[in-house]
Design a protein around this ligand. Structure first.
Ligand code: ATP
Length: 358
């Protein structure tokens, strides 16, 4: 994070009548940074974008852009632009005219508008579609026109509301790379709203996870994935196995946690206080060992229920003696993988468990 953020929200709150959409949100976006706002439907993500864009006024707190308080500054005077989920392209205008719309309104000369439009068409690789109307484009092409149109006015930051939601899975994956390339070439900051955790992790330099109007955790994707602060984040960002636990002893930065669902105790590095807790372990951190050999390290007996082939990984569901179902994702290179119905040792390294507050 740079010393002076491009966009800064401090203690921002917004309610619609009795409905509190956003509560005490503080968030920074640095120049040239991609931040993803991630959270379940209705948690307030779009409202945050609208508050920055100037389509809504905060009830509390401050929105600043480039160090300037935006209170009283109308949307069209803010150096940001929003790309809507629906794209909102003008159906009666050609691709080129959709893109030229903003620069024309900015009062650029005809020559400047033509140059800017050509530059944006090249950026999104749609030079040959310049004369087409939006209905003559594929979903992916429409998405790129919307991006070019939103960026054509050269805002300092683009606010993108679910930019890839309308695309199918494969196109969405490809567009993640494309969006990053375009963002780098434009040198703009992007604030991207999404409810898709893979998209958020794939796209962003930092993710901010929201729940019920608040930001629960923000940081680089890997950090938030590996070190979730609570059960909600662990469960929302990626897959995880969550177990209810009870801290039975605590000494010198280590705790012993009783876990009925695992059928035993774990010793973990932690200085968490209290007794109730959650234990979280990612499926890819679990390993399987054949029961024909003695278990290596910490392990419990399990029965394999399901194995699903997923290209680079095999996703296994295992039933423990306690009745608990556990997910283990094995990399394809791992040699041994039992079939459904076979017994196995389910093994782990204690440090791969995260201890989370109740
Ligand atoms: P989604 O992922 O479904 O788009 P979101 O996280 O973007 O959801 P918001 O659109 O910010 O959520 O809405 C947050 C809350 O505020 C919701 O409960 C929503 O119903 C409410 N809300 C949003 N806009 C308005 C409005 N104009 N009037 C009344 N309530 C609103």
């Amino acid at each position: 994070m740079t010393a002076s953020p491009l966009v800064e929200l401090v203690g921002v709150g917004k309610a619609y009548g009795a409905q509190r959409a956003v509560e005490d949100v503080s968030l920074c976006l640095a120049a040239r940074e991609i931040v993803a706002l991630l959270g379940p439907s209705g948690c307030g993500k779009t409202t945050v974008l609208r508050l920055i864009a100037g389509f809504e006024t905060p009830d509390r707190g401050r929105v600043s852009i480039d160090g300037r308080d935006m209170a009283g500054v109308p949307a069209h005077r803010r150096p940001v632009n929003m790309m809507f989920q629906s794209y909102a392209l003008f159906p009666h205008l050609s691709v080129a005219d959709n893109i030229a719309f903003g620069p024309r309104r900015q009062g650029l000369s005809r020559r400047q508008v033509a140059m800017r439009t050509a530059e944006m068409l090249a950026l999104v690789q749609l030079e040959t579609a310049a004369a087409k109307r939006p209905h003559q484009l594929s979903g992916g092409e429409r998405q790129r026109v919307a991006l070019a149109r939103a960026a054509a006015c050269r805002p300092r930051a683009l606010l993108l509301d679910e930019p890839l939601a309308a695309l199918d899975r494969k196109l969405r994956d490809a567009m993640q790379f494309e969006l990053r390339r375009i963002q780098r070439q434009l040198g703009m900051a992007f604030l991207v709203v999404t409810h898709d955790q893979e998209e958020a992790m794939g796209l962003a330099d930092r993710v901010a996870v929201m729940a019920a109007g608040r930001i629960v955790q923000a940081g680089p994707p890997m950090q938030v994935y590996d070190r979730p602060v609570n059960r909600f984040v662990a469960d929302f960002l990626g897959e995880t196995n969550l177990f209810a636990g009870r801290i039975v002893a605590s000494q010198g930065g280590w705790v012993r946690v009783a876990c009925a669902e695992l059928g035993g105790e774990l010793r973990l590095p932690s200085d968490q206080m209290g007794s109730d807790c959650w234990l979280s372990i990612r499926p890819e951190r679990l390993a399987l060992q054949p029961v024909s050999q003695a278990a290596v390290g910490e392990a419990v007996a399990a029965q394999v229920e399901n194995v699903v082939f997923r290209g680079a990984q095999r996703h296994c569901e295992l039933r423990l003696a306690t009745g608990r179902l556990v997910r283990a994702n094995l990399a394809k290179v791992d040699g041994w993988c039992p079939r459904p119905g076979e017994p196995a040792w389910l093994a782990w390294r204690a440090e791969d468990f995260r201890l989370l507050p109740p």
